[in-house]
Design a protein around this ligand. Sequence first.
Ligand SMILES: [Zn+2]
Length: 470
Amino acid sequence: MRVNRRGMAMVAALVSVLACSPADGPLPADEAPAAADRRAGAPGIGDPDFPKDGNGGYDVAHYDLVVDYVPTTKRLTGVTTIKATATQDLSRFNLDLSGLDVREVSVDGSPARFGRQGDELTVRPAKAIADRAGFTVRVAYSGTPKPAKDSANLGTYGFVPTSDGAFVASEPNGSKTWFPNNDHPSDKATYDFTITVPTGLTALANGELVGAPATKGGTTTFRWRERHPMASYLATATLGKFDLRHGATASGIPNLAATDPRFKSSLDKLYTTSAEVTDYWSTIFGPYPFSSTGGVVDNYSAGYALENQTKPLYGGFDPDDTIIAHELAHQWFGNSLTIRRWKDLWLNEGFATYAEWLWSEHKGRKTAEATFAELLKRPATDPMWTYPPGRAKPDDLFNQSVYTRGGMTLHALRGAIGDATFFTLLKTWAADHRYGHVTTDEFIDLAQRLSGKDLTALFDAWLFQPRRPT
Ligand SMILES: [Zn+2]
């Protein structure tokens, strides 16, 4: 994720316009409180900073999403089929879903009872699920999606209706605004998308198209498949009027650029820059982790960009090469390597910010060293020094320190261990945890192992102390 500074005034304006008012019914009267049933899956996955995000008791392997959306009525009709494995005996379990009306839930083909409370959808299968058993849950639902609103973090996010469709960017927990899921990055899964829109519009989801779009009776259906594990916040179904350019990068990675007609003049630059950056990062961070690359510029003035897997999304502005370099660096750091807890967000944003500085260096502009030296001159009272980036705060997750001081941490590390070890470290880190999960401790351990140095003091000063490192 990265804020586009010129867009910030727009964010403030939009936050006050878009209201969010999910109307959720209470649990059925016969539902005992979860605490009374040891076989009930927990309503949160265990991230203390976001206690209600995700759910306990199962692990999702695959989402099959069928979504119909009509921009003129803003009505979404969906069926989500989830393949999961129980991690405990389950008499009931939760999914995350914000607003929208649930019509029917089944587990392994049998109708299941369900209840709603806030953003929790509780499912009680007809028969309890045994620990380690695989199961399939299918949820049929519909309604008018309401984007999430959180002025302390991203502003407006999730499924955001636009004049011609929808802008879908869900970090940190907005995917529940458009489909029921286990909405936390610690449970990644593969995805199939079947999205139907009025003919003339294009639906853009993650991964690659499966067959040609099919038009029938005034609607067109797009099928996309993301066959690599993906965090829920990176799932997208951005749709509307788009101009497309597709092909491949110089190294042969399929590349798709899409721009809203308002940004048609950006299409070629988006396409060529995304290709160039993807290929360059492949030489610095190791092989590209996914099966395609590209980018999408929509007409919604979000004022930020999000690194949606294989299709970074730029909200209402013409992205320059620096922000494209940032979002595509996330395909390695954030998307392939995913944080287990939000407090470790610097592993995404510090790395993507440092990637911006490496890109600038690569282009013969300012060096990373010059950027670092300039930032280090900020006075001791600068808010960046009082916010330790190694511990992102839930009410201020996207603080600039997580980005800038996170990036400075990597530059300080580079200085301490030398270029050869530093760039080996970046590649080894990306290779060792490809498609998996990561923590800050694991990064520190690897840096120490590869360099043979005790880096405790360096990481402590840069990541965890509320003052400027000396
Ligand atoms: Zn970012």
